[in-house]
Design a protein around this ligand. Structure first.
Ligand code: ADP
Length: 508
């Protein structure tokens, strides 16, 4: 099939792809920016080549990447997710230069990348779309007409938008008048084209998506759904498969529709058809033409390896399973470990990882791009690791997730772990009562609780310091406790007893 694959990415996903290649006996080539020379993907790949350009845009440097592919004599290029993964021009150039692009064909990427067009195709394939504009909006007048027809609130979206960016909720004509041109300009600036459209805003929805796999011979299957309703700023934080609201009948009905949509566009490789689930109905929102961050939960419940499947399909192998071979076993959940401070509105938290210990044990998988001593940069996606947990049922998954989160030590950078520790104890989350607005509603409570816990730990440290008669004065900590939040700066996240011990040792 392939001898050598270049991975045009970094971090945990580059590591994930290297692992699949290793198992398939394929050599790997990593690329890295100046600040990534000690990254895990560089250490694990068979060969690694530096990118000369500015670290911020290095992984987008098509020319340089193709030059390295040529020099390293690779057969194929895997783009991972993000960066160039959904850039049709890149996919086209890769093929033109004689390499195989591990992903769908450029025209599929292009079609799905334009959400206005994708909506039309989806509707023709029999999928319900969210009421809204039928094409791109040409004027404010047209925008007002559509919005009044479908009813406020509406959401303005950039046709080429992605990553939760380029969306704006609008509540009335006045607001629409005020932001219409701004939204167009933002779309142009952010995504190169000022094309925008409108959808009715569907409150209290669930985000549910279907995984599709298609080979080059017209065989297409779906691998069930993932629910990704726990989000911040329209970006996923926690994903699970299956979803509590999808039964066997619904799974095959909606899965079949997603397959039909993919079929209609001659889709190949892996892809995801995303829906908003509202009032018992599934509304198409978009198709993602790449491996998703959350592919791991599907792998855990189906027992399949999506990255290997991607490589095999790109290598022209027909699928060796059909729909009847696919069944979901048990339950899986993923939490995205981001280098962000949940107490500071998810502000990036770059810096050196001074202590690092991953959880393990039954049903636990960690896909990580970091290690102890690694310097996390704020130039890239804040996702540093994914904790993916499997259990026989949802309740076993939640208890496993809870104990794994408690085992996970990452300091001194701030991460989303303390937030997840609150979510896994929340009765609404435990009962599956979640929507895309869940976190907005719950965040003030979670924040308060995290802060309170940090103060308690600070107090515990102060007491421990006093009792062990350490040669430092505990007073400033105790004093700060009473005077408010400053203490938080002194007490890192990762509130385990193990951490407390380490902290004390360092103080000593
Ligand atoms: P992106 O491509 O930027 O990820 P999506 O269209 O996939 O954008 O939407 C991301 C998230 O935005 C959804 O999961 C949902 O939370 C929210 N969203 C998008 N469209 C709507 C809508 N019409 N009504 C309510 N929420 C929406």
């Amino acid at each position: 099939m392939f001898n050598k694959i270049l991975i045009a990415n970094r971090g945990e996903i580059a590591v994930r792809i290297i692992r699949a290649c290793r198992e398939l006996g394929i050599k790997t080539v990593a690329i890295y920016s100046e600040i990534d020379s000690n990254s895990l993907h560089v250490l694990l790949a068979d060969e690694a080549y530096p990118l000369d350009s500015n670290p911020k845009t290095a992984y987008l440097d098509v020319k340089e990447i193709l030059r390295i592919a040529e020099r390293a004599q690779v057969d194929a290029i895997h783009p991972g997710y993000g960066f160039l993964s959904q850039n049709p021009k890149f996919a086209e150039l890769v093929e033109k230069e004689g390499f195989t692009f591990i992903g769908p064909r450029a025209e599929n990427i292009k079609l799905a990348g334009d959400k206005v067009f994708a909506r039309k195709v989806a509707e023709k394939a029999g999928l319900k779309i969210i009421p809204g504009s039928h094409g791109a909006l040409r004027s404010l007048k047209a925008a007002i007409k559509v919005s009044e027809k479908v009813g406020y609130p509406v959401i303005i979206k950039a046709a080429l938008g992605g990553g939760g960016l380029g969306m704006r909720i609008v509540w009335n004509d006045e607001e629409l008048t005020r932001v219409f041109n701004i939204a167009r300009e933002e779309a142009k600036r952010g995504f190169g084209v000022g094309k925008i459209y409108i959808e009715k805003y569907l409150p209290n929805s669930r985000h549910i998506e279907f995984q599709i796999v298609a080979d080059n011979y017209g065989n297409i299957i779906h691998l069930g759904e993932r629910e990704c309703s726990i989000q911040r700023r329209y970006q996923k934080l926690i994903e699970e498969s299956p979803s509590v609201v999808v039964d066997e009948e619904t799974r095959s009905r909606i899965g079949e529709l997603a397959v039909r949509f993919a079929e209609r566009t001659g889709y190949t490789n892996v892809g995801t058809v995303e829906f908003l689930y509202n009032d018992g109905e599934f509304f198409f929102i978009e198709m993602n033409t790449r491996l998703q961050v959350e592919h791991g939960v599907t792998e855990m419940v189906t027992g399949l390896d999506l990255v290997k499947m991607q490589i095999q399909i790109a290598g022209d192998k027909p699928l060796d399973i059909d729909q009847r071979d696919v069944s979901l076993r048990g339950w899986a959940m993923e939490v995205r470990i981001n280098a962000e401070d949940p107490l500071q509105d998810f502000a990036p938290s770059p810096g050196k990882i001074t202590d690092y210990r991953e959880p393990g044990g039954p049903g636990v998988r960690v896909d990580s791009g970091v290690y102890e001593g690694f310097e996390v940069s704020d130039l890239y996606n804040p996702l540093i690791a994914k904790l993916i947990v499997w259990g026989r049922d949802r309740s076993e998954v939640i208890s496993r997730l809870k104990r794994s989160l408690k085992e996970y030590v990452i300091s001194e950078i701030k991460t989303t772990i303390p937030l997840y520790l609150k979510i896994v104890e929340d009765p609404d989350f435990i009962s599956g009562n979640i929507t895309t607005e869940y976190l907005i509603r719950k965040m003030p409570l979670f924040k308060e609780s995290i802060e309170e816990e940090a103060l308690n730990i600070a107090a515990a440290i102060a007491i421990a310091v006093t009792e062990t008669k350490l040669p430092i004065t505990p007073m400033p900590i105790a004093a700060e406790k009473s005077s408010g939040r400053k203490t938080l700066k002194k007490v890192p996240s990762g509130f385990s007893p193990w951490y407390l011990m380490k902290w004390l040792k360092r103080v000593r």
